[in-house]
Design a protein around this ligand. Structure first.
Ligand code: FAD
Ligand code: PHB
Length: 398
């Protein structure tokens, strides 16, 4: 039987970042990932980072290329019914956001982890958790046709929404909250310059649209679409035609189109599982919570969890202190619920839910309120750019 201090399940951003931060504190871990390294590296997902996520990646030694290649944005645009309003994040919240693809983060983390001799086992199947509530938990799996069993002090469940970790917590212990939205996002990546310097979020009677980017030459665009749609139904031509219709005329007129590099449809969901700890198992990132992508909070919540969890584990190995670990779930969830609220609210504001005239008037009233009130716009800016950590969390993890 192998032995390590922390077994980390999942080599997404949460798992790799945690293992690297622990390594910097002299704490050993083994990462078990069910997919291949190439598969994990190729997934196109998040694009927008809050400052605390950038800071943590830099602290982990994975920020060098990020700082060289990222785009820093001071604001973003909200558009509806011919109106365009800019949310000035810097003026309203004193913050900026960073555009840098999750694909790049994944690559940077994998490289620093490889350089520092990280033990990451890709294509580990049938991962199972044992004796979670004892001081000697174990994780078993099959790796390269061999049965592997690892004894450890702690298990970090960083295996995303569909992972095995959360499902290893007994149903009577776990409370879950969920909202499934009646539409999806069709995303397209294309090697074309972004139509605007900053992101554009558009509420339109045909449905929501988002213009994002990965660099000055690569764009990431999204359209609200029916959940039943398949990518085969969306030719590039149909996608561009639909996007053009949903954007303000001036933006649509300057849009450059081109062949798509990637096209996918993602369902939208809000989900929170409480508590985020059971015995020696700690959940982090999408394993514990999912938000709809409208607020760009998913990856940022994952890094926030990892920030608290790695400090808790460090405290334990330094002086056997358990305070931070005992408070992990409560501290992480306080931020999770606020981001869940913002993501739900922003989704509700910007998407088409049906033809209900009252709901449409509520959206219109809210949008014009935000455009005319500094207080209204400031609330959006503060949440979008990322809330400060609660003062007691800051004090605890210093
Ligand atoms: P994941 O990235 O899901 O990683 C979990 C890993 O665990 C995976 O590699 C998986 O293969 C592995 N795994 C699963 N089950 C097992 C098992 N049984 N055994 C071993 N390994 C397992 N967030 C933002 O902050 N900003 C954005 O702009 C943004 N945009 C998004 C756009 C889209 C279209 C989508 C879909 C998501 C977006 N997100 C965004 C959310 C963000 O991508 C996720 O929150 C983030 O990937 C969470 O990281 P994670 O490491 O917790 O989970
Ligand atoms: C992205 O670039 O993929 C992205 C940006 C902002 C969002 C969602 C996705 O709100």
């Amino acid at each position: 039987m192998l032995r390590t201090q922390v077994v980390i399940i999942g080599a997404g951003p949460s798992g790799l970042l945690l293992s690297q931060l622990l390594h910097l504190q002299g704490i050993d871990s083994v990462v078990l990932e069910q997919r291949s390294r190439d598969y994990v590296a190729a997934r196109i997902r998040a694009g927008l980072l809050e400052q605390h996520s950038v800071d943590l990646l830099v602290e982990a030694g994975a920020g060098e290329r990020l700082q060289r290649e990222c785009l820093v944005h001071d604001g973003f645009l909200m558009a509806w019914e011919g109106e365009v309003h800019r949310i000035d994040l810097h003026a309203l919240a004193g913050k900026r956001v960073t555009v840098y693809g999750q694909t790049e983060i994944q690559q940077d983390l994998a490289e620093v982890r490889a350089r520092s001799g990280g033990d990451i086992r890709y294509e580990a199947t049938d991962v199972r958790l044992h004796d979670i509530t004892t001081a000697r938990p174990r994780v078993s799996c099959t790796h390269r046709d061999q049965a592997v069993e690892i004894e450890c002090d702690f298990i970090a469940g960083c295996d995303g929404y569909h992972g095995v970790s959360r499902r290893s917590i007994p149903a009577e212990v776990l409370r879950t909250y969920e909202r499934v939205y009646p539409f999806g996002w069709l995303g397209v990546l294309a090697e074309v310059p972004p139509l605007n310097d900053e992101l554009v979020y558009a509420n339109h009677s045909r449905g929501f649209a988002l213009c994002s980017m990965r660099s000055r030459t690569r764009s990431r665009y999204y359209l609200q679409c029916p959940l039943e749609d398949t990518v085969e139904q969306w030719s590039d031509q149909r996608f561009w035609d639909e996007l053009r219709q949903r954007l303000p005329a001036a933006h649509a007129a300057r849009m450059t189109t081109g062949p798509s590099i990637e096209k996918s449809i993602a369902p939208l969901r809000s989900f929170v599982a409480e508590p985020m700890r059971y015995g020696q198992l700690f959940l982090a990132g999408d394993a514990a919570h999912i938000v709809p992508p409208t607020g760009a909070k998913g990856l940022n919540l994952a890094t926030a969890d990892v920030r608290v969890l790695h400090r808790g584990l460090t405290e334990f190995y330094r002086n056997r202190g358990r305070t931070l670990l005992d408070e992990y779930s409560q501290r992480a969830l306080s931020r999770v619920w606020k981001a869940t609220r913002f993501s739900w609210w922003f989704t509700t504001l910007m998407h088409k839910f049906g033809e209900d005239p009252f709901a449409l008037q509520m959206q219109r009233a809210e949008l014009t309120y935000i455009a005319s009130s500094r207080a209204g716009a400031q609330t959006v800016a503060e949440n979008y750019a990322g809330l400060d950590f609660d003062p007691d969390v800051v004090a605890a993890i210093r």
